[in-house]
Design a protein around this ligand. Structure first.
Ligand SMILES: Nc1ncnc2c1ncn2[C@@H]1O[C@H](COP(=O)(O)OP(=O)(O)O)[C@@H](O)[C@H]1O
Ligand SMILES: [Mg+2]
Length: 330
């Protein structure tokens, strides 16, 4: 498939927080002969019901049903602040269904990991959350996505993408200095170009939060492209942070990095998650175990299982999830 047609538009639209999109051509091996699983399972041993869980994929008798939007019982609910939610989100490319009626929520203070084999719709789901998927001409999206209760289709896309930042598999710094990379989105913002001095505190703070300051603080005028891959990815995190995102979408951000850079980025993600809701696609189950609060397991476009990470890994309910977390396929 040819994704290059999207690139110009995406570049324009993402310049503030993401830059060029890596040309990920999705798809790949799906184990043959295995029928799709449509069940969304929450079992008898489900953890205490939270507000957020009440509006998620609640099922009875293990058979998928519509989300339950009833008010929680104040006795049993404790509040989790929901930032984003998908309700029966489906995305097709032409006749190919990539995401099928997925309902889940993204909560403040949590890392949600999307896991599942290649081609099962993780990237498509992620790209729906900031409407990037709409830039693909063949994409058809249905269902509803909200940010703080508001339908994201009612947002200005550029504004939405500042609130919901995104990071890609391949680090994509711009060919300019470290400082200018981080300041990029801030300069784009207003009609009046802010002075370097005014931007400096935000640039410094963003680099600190991205865990890069100690390594580059003395060399802000150095070209970003002279940094190592792991540093470049943290620079891209800093560039996203500079425009104060409320949700950060990370599509396999460590898959091109060495183990040390991966560890630093994982630590950074966990720290950021205290004030930014994070959704991360990862192929690396150990990574999901290390950093995720919630896990969503997708298979062939369906959300098979969604729940607290410890539970999904230690005692998954669906057979398919069991097989996947045991490493039987994927
Ligand atoms: N731009 C596109 N055009 C056509 N099909 C696509 C496009 N993007 C993704 N797909 C298809 O949608 C399905 C899900 O892809 P993707 O979301 O990238 O999966 P994952 O991230 O889980 O590997 C795959 O079958 C893939 O081939
Ligand atoms: Mg993907």
């Amino acid at each position: 498939m040819d994704l290059s047609r999207d690139l110009g538009d995406e570049l324009d639209d993402l310049s503030a927080q993401g830059g060029p999109i890596e040309g990920e051509v999705a798809g790949g091996a799906i184990p043959g002969g295995v029928p799709p699983v449509r069940r969304i399972v929450v079992g008898e041993e489900a953890p205490p019901i939270r507000m957020a869980d009440r509006v998620g994929p609640i099922v009875e008798d293990g058979i998928g049903s519509d989300p339950d939007f009833s008010e929680p019982d104040p006795e049993e609910a404790f509040w989790v602040e929901e930032r984003m939610r998908t309700e029966a989100l489906s995305v097709s490319f032409g006749s190919k269904v990539a995401v099928r009626e997925v309902s889940l929520q993204v909560n403040q203070g949590e890392v949600l990991a999307l896991i599942g084999p290649s081609g099962c719709g993780k990237t498509t789901l992620l790209r729906s959350l900031n409407l990037l998927v709409d830039l693909t001409p063949t994409a058809i999206r249905s269902g509803r996505i909200t940010l703080d209760g508001e339908d994201i289709d009612d947002f200005d896309e550029t504004h939405l993408r500042k609130r919901v930042g995104m990071l890609f598999q391949q680090p994509n710094p711009f060919p300019m200095s470290i400082f200018d990379n981080v300041a990029y989105g801030l300069r784009e913002r207003g009609t009046k170009r802010p002075k370097k001095k005014e931007l400096e505190p935000i640039v410094v703070q963003s680099l600190q939060r991205a865990g890069l300051w100690d390594e580059v603080g003395d060399n802000l005028d150095h070209p970003a492209l002279s940094l190592s891959g792991g540093q470049q990815q943290r620079l891209c995190i800093a560039r996203s942070l500079a425009v104060s995102p409320e949700v950060l979408l990370l599509d396999e951000p460590c898959s091109a990095l060495d183990p040390i850079s991966t560890t630093i980025i994982e630590e950074t993600i966990v720290e950021l998650s205290s004030d930014i809701a994070i959704v991360i696609v990862t192929h690396n189950l150990q990574q999901a175990e290390r950093i995720a609060d919630k896990v969503a397991f997708m298979y062939l476009g369906d959300l098979v299982e969604y729940g607290p990470a410890g539970k999904v890994f230690a005692s998954p309910l669906a057979e398919r999830t069991k097989d996947y977390v045991r490493g039987d396929f994927g």
